[in-house]
Design a protein around this ligand. Structure first.
Ligand code: ADP
Length: 516
């Protein structure tokens, strides 16, 4: 086909050797020649292949525009007198186009980049040579790039957070999202002039810290900070900003990316919550303090009522009066138990409760507690057993009353929540060192048990595993809360194991000084 060109165009041949003749067929670029009318004089094999023809005769002599350039990318007709190739070479000029398509033999099209050059024979324009390449892949990559740039732009332009990219050394703002203007009330442009211009508007007390963090960020340190920003309208906004270094494959710092958000509203809510919590705590403390201060005034009349009722019960009474009085006594006893729980808890909460440090006989104390509860056990037909394991020191220093209170509470609960079987109290020594011993107490029962999801909550004040408990068994829900705090004050911990329907075992440890 190169032959044909040399023949038709008939000037001094372009081709001066056989090697040179082979060149056009060896390139991936499509090449064809046309005469002034636009008819094809030659085409190389890449041209045939790209356009979907197999033999040059299918193109030679044909009007190339009509064959492969007749329609624009948008599907509208492309008349040849508007064709940029034709217009250019007829004016004696070359052209370069990369936004058009050419059409294959099978009616499909593909995007091309083409160049056309006029051919002259002794200064007379005789035609043109056109080269083109298929840029489908390039267009696809460009499109993908455009799409991802567009997505990035949409994301950045629409997020409420300020997103920024800074090139370090010296700091140069590469990009800052429009949210900056919204949050700071200042133009973004100032940051492109000077990357740290925003620091001028940072609240004076925060500025020094902010500048030092900014400098660290520019060194490639990952940073996070909170600061206040003064807006031109006089309002102050709280900002939370984070920055991260971006390195190239050699580990050199390329950019700093960051995000800053306006946390004023969140901060205000937190402050309000803190204030509300502090107020609630203060009110709770005030209530506990009031009760703790009044504990004497509250207990004394109750003791008066109970004492006088007991005296009256020892006098001559009709059976009816004796029965009524007995009911007064038992109601007063229950009320005193509840009052004692509430007062104890208030005393602990207000920090007024002090533990004694007296020397006592642990074994004797335990026996007293068991004896005190034996009547209740017997009345319910339950066995109440005490096992003191070997190695328990004979005398210890601590607060025996409070220790007994914890035990009484746990054994009392065990008896309360068990209808059949036994309650077993065990004590063993866990560690002994430096004049101190840690004792491990356990109170096991064969009662109703406590569901797993309730096992933590029952140590909270006024909490009962089952809301029907108060109705069935009474109680304030304070016993375990008091026990937990007392055990904590005695350097120990309290926990439990339980299975519904099989029973519960409460454990606690205390650390006590060894007695003389
Ligand atoms: P109270 O016994 O006055 O309700 P406590 O704080 O002593 O308060 O106990 C809280 C709750 O824990 C009880 O109401 C009960 O639901 C549960 N509980 C405590 N001990 C036992 C036990 N041994 N067996 C079953 N449930 C128990």
């Amino acid at each position: 086909m190169i032959e044909r060109l040399s023949r038709r165009v008939s000037t001094k041949p372009y081709i001066e050797s056989s090697e040179l003749r082979r060149l056009p067929d060896s390139t991936g670029e499509a090449i064809y020649g046309i005469v002034m009318m636009g008819n094809c004089t030659l085409c190389n094999s890449a041209c045939l292949r790209l356009l979907g023809y197999s033999d040059p005769v299918e193109l030679i002599g044909k009007h190339m525009h009509k064959i492969m350039h007749h329609t624009r990318p948008d599907g509208t007709p492309y008349p040849s007198d508007e064709c940029r190739i034709y217009l250019a070479f007829r004016g004696g000029e070359g052209s370069h186009v990369d936004d058009e398509v050419v059409w294959r033999a099978d009616g499909t099209s593909f995007p091309v980049e083409y160049w056309s050059y006029p051919i002259r024979d002794q200064n007379v324009l005789i035609g043109a040579v056109v080269t083109f390449v298929d840029i489908t892949e390039r267009k696809r990559a460009e499109h993908a790039l455009q799409q991802s740039a567009e997505m990035f732009r949409q994301l950045m332009e629409n997020i409420r957070e300020i997103f920024f990219l800074v090139a370090p050394d010296p700091p140069k703002m590469v990009y800052v999202s429009p949210a900056y203007e919204e949050v700071a009330g200042r133009p973004r442009l100032e940051l492109y002039d000077r990357a740290d211009a925003w620091i001028d508007s940072v609240y004076p007390q925060d500025r020094c810290h902010v500048r030092s963090v900014f400098e660290q960020a520019m060194q490639g340190v990952t940073t996070a900070m909170e600061y206040r920003f003064s807006r031109p309208d006089g309002s102050v906004r709280w900002i939370h900003a984070r920055s991260f270094p971006v390195q190239d494959s050699q580990g050199n710092l390329r950019r700093i990316v960051g995000i800053a958000e306006d946390i004023t509203d969140r901060k205000r809510t937190l402050e309000e919550m803190d204030a509300a919590k502090a107020a609630a705590e203060a009110a709770n403390r005030a209530k506990s303090e009031f009760l703790a201060n009044k504990s004497h005034e509250i207990r004394t009349p109750m003791n008066g009522i109970i004492g006088m009722t007991e005296l009256l019960l020892d006098t001559e009474l009709t059976p009816e009066h004796a029965e009524y009085l007995q009911m007064v006594k038992s109601s007063a006893d229950s009320l005193l138990t509840i009052i004692n729980d509430i007062l104890d808890f208030s005393e602990i909460e207000s920090g007024k409760l002090q533990l004694d440090a007296t020397t006592f006989d642990l074994r004797k104390r335990l026996e007293d507690v068991i004896k005190g509860l034996a009547i209740k056990a017997r009345s319910k037909g339950l066995e109440l057993l005490l096992t003191v394991h070997p190695g328990i020191p004979a005398s210890m220093v601590g607060d025996p009353t409070r220790l007994s209170q914890v035990l009484t509470n746990l054994v009392g609960n065990a008896l309360k929540f068990t209808d059949r079987g036994e309650v077993v109290v065990e004590v063993r020594k866990e560690v002994e060192s430096d004049n101190f011993a840690t004792l491990h107490f356990s109170v096991g029962d064969t009662g109703i048990g406590i569901p797993l999801e309730k096992q933590q909550m029952i140590f909270d004040e006024f909490s009962q595993a089952d809301s029907s408990t108060t109705r069935r068994f009474g109680g304030t829900g304070l016993g375990l809360a008091i026990s937990k705090r007392l055990v904590g004050m005695m350097g120990g911990q309290i926990w439990l194991e339980s299975e519904v329907g099989r029973g519960s075992t409460f454990h606690f440890t205390v650390s006590l000084e060894l007695g003389p």
